[in-house]
Design a protein around this ligand. Structure first.
Ligand code: HAM
Length: 423
């Protein structure tokens, strides 16, 4: 007896049935259009990468979630959990030839052995937009502008989402002023990134493990309660005057105003980001009601090129997954992904009309129409029921009389109006 196999895909992996592909295409089309509108050049690479490039020892979650294996020649290979190290590798390989700044974009399938929760799968597609070789905050503004544009192209409005913006440099300045030594900052960032995912008491314990005494731990939580940039400036006091981080954030909000998406940005000192390579401005986008996980996240990572052995070079970018935004679109827009009917369904009553139907379908396809040709003869009732439930906008059904006359009727499936079509 044949062994029964499960029809489910491996846990955390996804099948895309046609109705799922309609949503995915809607999301990908917006990614591509927004990338193109903002002048980003597409690039790609293989989904497997050398483990050494991706593995990081900073206690980051993503480093622990890597799917990896040895190939038959004992090469240590991994499925990429994100695209940024690969981008850095590709840039480093051609760093002497490329003309910087470069603006690159891709939709990369990524794999992470995550604990499965809402919005988190073990495989997802992630749109990446990155600018390498530019120090100006206009680079941040450009990647954020592109991401907001993509959300609008998917059918969401600025009332549906908020981009929470902070700066690792700013938090570093504030921590330093509070007496947290610089060599502890990386550990503090990793602990604070767990906020919301574990109780504050556990985070406090992590901070104490990192060498902070109770007074410093209390101060760190006080800092996190600062509500806006003005409060942070007040907290910094005279030090705010020459603060590079404050100047950068103010500049970003100003540029977002000029570009027309300032209403989508909010300052939030609680945005840390789990990846250790970020050095400056960081951001994370959430739905305005706070129902879902992060829609996209990113920031400035000026040291990654040197960390992998390239020449020093600044960089900024973001990753925007397909999972959360699709959940959000379904909840906000409902119904099916593609609204407009398009194309023609062509059917025939008897095998004697099949060649005429094939000729008609071929002609309409040459004219640029999308044609769903019935694969066997059928009764008109069945054909029109099928066409009505398909995405076709129009339908032609050929019977013996139509072929004899050399004309048939083209029916608009929405308005039910009919017009003649020559065969
Ligand atoms: P990340 O925050 O790890 O950043 O991921 C970016 C986005 O990818 C998330 O906001 C989420 O939309 C999606 N995502 C991540 N993991 C999963 C998952 N398991 N299931 C579903 N969606 C997921 C990065 O990966 C950075 N490399 C982004 C970046 C690009 N920074 C600079 N350039």
């Amino acid at each position: 007896m044949a062994e029964t196999l499960s029809f489910e895909p491996p846990r955390g992996m996804r099948d895309f049935y046609p109705e799922d592909m309609a949503w995915r295409n809607r999301v990908f089309d917006a990614f591509r259009a927004a990338g193109e509108a903002a002048g980003f050049s597409p690039y790609d690479s293989c989904v497997v990468e050398s483990y050494d490039l991706l593995a990081r020892k900073a206690g980051e979650e993503v480093g622990e979630q890597i799917y990896h294996f040895f190939d038959k020649s004992e090469r240590h290979i991994a499925l990429r959990p994100e695209m940024t190290p690969t981008l850095a590798r590709m840039v480093a390989q051609r760093q002497k030839e490329l003309s910087f700044p470069i603006k690159w974009t891709t939709i990369a399938q990524c794999f992470r052995y995550e604990r499965m929760t809402k919005g988190r799968k073990r495989e997802h597609y992630q749109w990446n937009v990155d600018i390498v070789g530019e120090d100006s905050v206009l680079a941040e503004a450009e990647v954020l502008g592109a991401a907001c544009d993509a959300l609008r192209r998917m059918g969401l409005s600025s009332a549906d989402f908020r981009v929470h913006v902070s700066s690792r440099r700013l938090l570093g300045e504030v921590l330093e002023r509070s007496g947290v030594p610089t060599d502890r900052h990386a550990q503090v960032f990793l602990a604070l990134d767990k906020r919301g995912k574990m109780p504050d008491a556990e985070i406090a314990a992590m901070l104490r493990d990192g060498g902070l005494d109770d007074a410093l731990v209390a101060k760190v939580f006080e800092i996190l309660s600062l509500k806006d940039l003005d409060s942070v400036v007040a907290y910094l006091g005279a030090a705010a005057e020459g603060s590079r981080a404050v100047a950068e954030l103010s500049e970003l909000f100003r540029l977002a105003g000029a570009a027309g998406f300032a209403e989508s940005l909010v300052f939030d000192i609680g945005v840390i980001r789990g990846l250790s390579y970020y050095t400056g401005i960081v951001f994370e986008c959430f739905d305005a009601k706070g129902e879902f996980r992060a829609i996209f996240g990113g920031g400035r990572y000026d040291n990654l090129l040197t960390a992998i052995g390239g020449l020093p070079m600044s960089a900024v970018g973001l990753g925007f997954g397909d999972v959360v935004v699709t959940e959000l679109l379904k909840s906000r827009l409902g119904g099916s992904a593609s609204s407009a009917r398009r194309g023609v369904a062509v059917g025939f009553m008897e095998d004697a009309q099949r060649d005429a139907a094939v000729r008609l379908a071929a002609r309409l396809r040459r004219e640029g129409k999308s044609v769903d040709l019935a694969l066997h003869s059928m009764k008109p009732k069945k054909f029109f029921a099928h066409a009505g439930s398909s995405m076709a906008a129009e339908a032609v059904f050929l019977g013996p009389d139509d072929v004899e006359k050399g004309t048939a009727r083209l029916k608009n499936l929405e308005t039910r109006e009919e017009s003649g079509i020559s065969l």
